[in-house]
Every structure is written in structure tokens, then in C-alpha cells.
Design a protein around this ligand. Structure first.
Ligand SMILES: Cc1cc2nc3c(=O)[nH]c(=O)nc-3n(C[C@H](O)[C@H](O)[C@H](O)COP(=O)(O)OP(=O)(O)OC[C@H]3O[C@@H](n4cnc5c(N)ncnc54)[C@H](O)[C@@H]3O)c2cc1C
Length: 97
């Protein structure tokens, strides 16, 4: 994952996912220890070697929904039936993006 300000690129493991509203899922990732961000930033998330991919590719931008001081990185998204969301929603926990 990366942010736009300093554009650091890092991998992050998926820790858990849970529904936060009807049709909307939050994904919690391990926050790399050397990785910082400011409120309001977003990440460009790349699925690594996804099992399927559509014409939009394997990268999506997501606003960071967790606070900078938290140990985990959370993003939340409406679960449309697209290849990216299907892969994100079924990838095994501990897989990295
Ligand atoms: C800076 C930034 C921050 C973002 N933060 C978030 C976030 O926190 N959560 C989040 O869910 N998304 C966020 N997005 C949008 C996200 O990157 C995806 O585009 C979106 O989640 C749709 O992805 P998808 O794979 O379902 O659909 P796509 O494969 O991108 O598109 C599938 C179809 O849905 C249409 N579509 C895409 N987005 C929308 C929409 N919002 N309303 C109606 N139709 C749409 C497309 O035109 C296309 O026809 C952000 C985008 C940017 C640029």
C-alpha cells in the first residue's frame, strides 16, 4: 500500500474484516511499524497476484478510516460485485496487499 504525500510503498497483512453497515465491509490490516500517515490520507491498495482481475486492474484507492495512533490500518468499502472486491473479500487472513 502507499500514500500520496511521501508515497511510501509497503506490504500489509489482512488481519480481519467485518460488516460495518449493510453491504459495507471494513478491512483491518497490520500497520507496518515504520509507516505513518495523517488523518484524511488514503492508500492505493494493490492486490498481489489476484485470483481474478477485471479491466479496472488490481489497484484501488481507499481512505484510511482508522486513526494515525492506532496499531491497525482500516479501510471500508461498499461491496460491489467486482473482481477487486471479490478477491479482497475472500483472500485468506494474513495475506498481504
Ligand atoms: C482518493 C480516493 C479515496 C477513495 N476512498 C474510498 C473509500 O474509502 N471507500 C471506497 O469504497 N471507495 C473509495 N474510493 C473509490 C475506490 O477507489 C473504488 O473506485 C470504488 O471502491 C469502486 O471500486 P470497485 O472495484 O467496486 O468498482 P470499479 O471496478 O472501480 O468500478 C465498477 C463500476 O462501478 C462504478 N463505480 C465506481 N465507483 C462508484 C461509486 N462511488 N458510485 C457509483 N458507481 C461507481 C464504475 O464506474 C464502474 O462502472 C476512493 C477513491 C479515491 C480516488
Amino acid at each position: 500500500m502507499s500514500t500520496t504525500t511521501a508515497s511510501p510503498v509497503t506490504m500489509a497483512k489482512l488481519l480481519s474484516r467485518h460488516e460495518v453497515a449493510e453491504g459495507t465491509t471494513a478491512f483491518l490490516f497490520e500497520k507496518p511499524s515504520n509507516w505513518t500517515f495523517k488523518s484524511g490520507q488514503y492508500v492505493d491498495m494493490t492486490l498481489l497476484d489476484p485470483s481474478e482481475m477485471d479491466a479496472e486492474g488490481n489497484v484501488r484507492s481507499f481512505s484510511i478510516a482508522s486513526a494515525p495512533h492506532e496499531d491497525t490500518l482500516m479501510v471500508a468499502t461498499r461491496m460491489r460485485d467486482t473482481a477487486f472486491k471479490r478477491v479482497l473479500n475472500t483472500m485468506p487472513l494474513s495475506s498481504a496487499v
